[in-house]
Design a protein around this ligand. Sequence first.
Ligand SMILES: Nc1ncnc2c1ncn2[C@@H]1O[C@H](COP(=O)(O)OP(=O)(O)O)[C@@H](O)[C@H]1O
Ligand SMILES: [Mg+2]
Length: 348
Amino acid sequence: MGQVSPTIGAKLWQELHYHDDGVMDKGGESCGIIGKMGTGKSTIMLQLAQLSRYIPDGSKKRMVAQVMFGEKDIREFNTHPETVVWRGRVNDYWNCLIPKNWDKSFPNALFQSKPLTLWVHEDDELTFFHADYDGEPKRVPNLPQVNTYYNADDLIHKIVEGNINVVYEPQTYIIDKSLIKKIKARTLDPEGTTSDKSPRKAFQDACPPVFWFELIGKMIINKPIPYLTLMIDEFHQIAVARAEKQMWKLIDIFASNFVDLRRNNMTVIFATHQTTFIDWRIYDRLAKWIWLPGAYPSNKLSMVFPTVIARQKLGTAIIEERLSEFGGFKFSRIPRQPPLLRVDGMLE
Ligand SMILES: Nc1ncnc2c1ncn2[C@@H]1O[C@H](COP(=O)(O)OP(=O)(O)O)[C@@H](O)[C@H]1O
Ligand SMILES: [Mg+2]
């Protein structure tokens, strides 16, 4: 246990909050948060969403070192709130991130909270409510207005810089032509003569999460915003392990995009219960991991003993820079957290 250094842990955890230019230093981050239910995955993601910032003209490693040694205050550096795209789900906690709620939870925060913008596809009618103990839906206080988009390109134009953009994927998603082209390029039989369905047909009644593959691919090409973090909780819903056929190819495209994300100063943070729940082509390309109780990484992915991970208590985590170093850090719950947010009108 002695090997889990709190100093390295605090450093890596701080470094995950800040993003610098890939030319000067590291560029975007990619981090998977793994742990069983109730170990703080969502809590960590919520905190990162509000606190992440970018430093356009320096090295975050140097900045974090100076702050940790008490040489300088973080507010003395030229940092800006990083834009976040948060994938909205049927049961979610992003209501914590609404500035009025966040400010109640953290009244002494060092930086102003990021505004929250809510995005829903124009054909969808989603309603948001608080689940109550008696089962009665309750109004969500401070709920922001709903904004609409009509496709991935439109959304990319509309994403608000510096805000947390909560995005609900279209509930009836038709796969985009650009993705079909890419799938065909990965097919030995591009005309589809031996398969029973063309890609568009195969996805016709498909899988709204595929929208994220398109969105991410297009964000890399269009670079709407200089620094952006993408946050996807329950990530196995997107990049499921043991996918078949066209989905397998889509994940291949997505996985090769991972390298480009980093170069383009885009960060991906996701959470799931076990590394084996997600496709290996993705987890093989991640730079950082956060291990919470119940995580059981293979020794190809992690240098930490699984028993060390398992013995952690709620509020502690091990953070690991792949094949480099790891350490432990502590995190707190979100005080005065509002109730679970539920959404009506989504396909489940
Ligand atoms: N550091 C902590 N100390 C105490 N309670 C915590 C801590 N982190 C999270 N919690 C609480 O534990 C519960 C589960 O946290 P959550 O982040 O939703 O876990 P997960 O996403 O892994 O299921 C929530 O009620 C949360 O407020
Ligand atoms: Mg969760």
